[in-house]
Design a protein around this ligand. Structure first.
Ligand code: ADP
Ligand code: MG
Length: 368
């Protein structure tokens, strides 16, 4: 689904020419796949990574190594490239605000301020009229007791910052849970959210270009195991009105931020057909990896197109597909599998620790 606002074209003055340098902050697998897509379009990529072994640092000769909280180094890095983009959301926004870089930040830094703090995130969505689960800010033990009374049912306590793959979250149903969870918070600011009895989880991945035109990818249904994404299935089997509403939610947020790049919304589908946004990611997303093999354009190419001023391509599902994450040691079983029935993507990580995202594979959905 697309919206044509304005008319960017390859000859738009905003488009960066081939050979321009894209700065990617972060060295993980998302940065790696973004870098590979950027090289496919004739750009160069300068990665800011923590170590030489980082997945993205292994695929380009242009690297800066530093800590991700080193404001001076990040500012210096952003002055060396033609556009700055990001492969993860917990970046030091103030470092970039102070960088005085001539290069644009795409997506805009405001998107990171929102995505980094679950309280700001939920408030922003709520104010835009985008449905979220009822939530309360929790700073004290009293806030938690009051929040539980007000939400009147099972709830989830989450740290406002730095949570991922279910870390920093506690399900709270009674007073004993609440005491234990509050102790584990150890004073970190938190929010309490009503527990949503969802039918399924889905994600919308939307790209918005410099002219404001948008393209949404087909919507995937996501299955988690141990709070980590295990599988994305596309098409997700949602009704057209549900898909339209989900895309509209993403469009509303993207245009309110004058967003440029790929933006992801994670949502819950309720049994009565309502949608509730769980969280946002101002970047390409694990649930969109199937686009590398089963779509007319990948989320990585689409992001690079958006941030360099190129026109977006129309995403079309080529064949119903399932993307499966390869977590920890299970990756070794797959790369020795002689019956090659799926396309394999490995991220170049040497140590297969439990739960670590080592790669993914995409296979075709069985035909009925
Ligand atoms: P993370 O940053 O770790 O991805 P999320 O907020 O997405 O954190 O939560 C991880 C998972 O926990 C979700 O994908 C969902 O399965 C479950 N979850 C989170 N919030 C809720 C909620 N309010 N109600 C029910 N399940 C939830
Ligand atoms: Mg999540």
């Amino acid at each position: 689904m697309s919206s044509a606002k304005g008319s960017a074209s390859a000859s738009s003055p905003a488009a960066l020419p081939p050979g321009s340098v894209i700065g990617i902050v972060g060295g993980g697998q998302l940065g790696r796949m973004l870098a590979l897509a950027a090289y496919g379009l004739g750009f160069r990529v300068h990665v800011y990574a923590e170590t030489e072994e980082d997945p993205a640092a292994l695929v380009t000769p242009f690297r800066t190594f530093g800590r991700l909280d080193d404001a001076a180094a990040l500012a210096q890095f952003s002055r060396k490239v033609d556009v700055v983009t990001f492969e993860f959301e917990n970046v030091d926004v103030s470092a970039f605000q102070g960088a005085k870089a001539p290069a644009p930040f795409r997506p805009p830094l405001r998107a990171f301020e929102i995505a980094q703090d679950r309280w700001v995130e939920k408030q922003t969505l709520d104010r835009l009229g985008i449905a979220v689960a009822p939530f309360r800010a929790i700073d004290t033990r009293e806030d938690l007791a009051q929040g539980l009374r007000e939400l009147a049912g099972p709830a989830i306590l989450k740290t406002r910052r730095f949570g991922y793959d279910g870390k920093g979250q506690w399900k709270v149903t009674d007073r004993a849970d609440a005491d234990q969870a509050f102790a584990e918070l150890a004073g970190a600011p938190a929010i309490l959210e009503a527990y949503v009895a969802f039918e399924s989880e889905l994600s919308v991945i939307l790209a918005r270009d410099v002219s404001g035109a948008t393209e949404a990818f087909p919507i995937a249904r996501n299955d988690h195991e141990n709070h980590i994404l295990k599988r994305s299935t596309v098409p997700g089997g949602y009704s057209e009105p549900v898909e339209r509403e989900a895309i509209q939610m993403a469009n509303t947020l993207a245009s309110s931020l004058d967003y440029v790049g790929v933006l992801t919304l994670e949502l819950f589908a309720l049994t009565d057909g309502r949608l509730v946004v769980n969280e946002i990611a101002p970047r390409v997303h694990n649930s969109g990896h199937w686009t590398l093999d089963a779509c007319s354009v990948s989320q990585f190419e689409q992001h690079i197109r958006a941030i360099t001023g190129l026109p977006l391509r129309r995403p079309e599902l080529l064949r119903p597909a399932v993307m499966e994450n390869l977590l920890g040691p299970e990756v070794t079983k797959v790369w020795t599998d002689r019956s090659v029935t799926s396309s394999l993507h490995l991220y170049g990580k040497s140590e297969a620790r439990d739960g670590r995202k080592m790669g993914h594979r995409t296979y075709w959905q069985e035909q009925p």
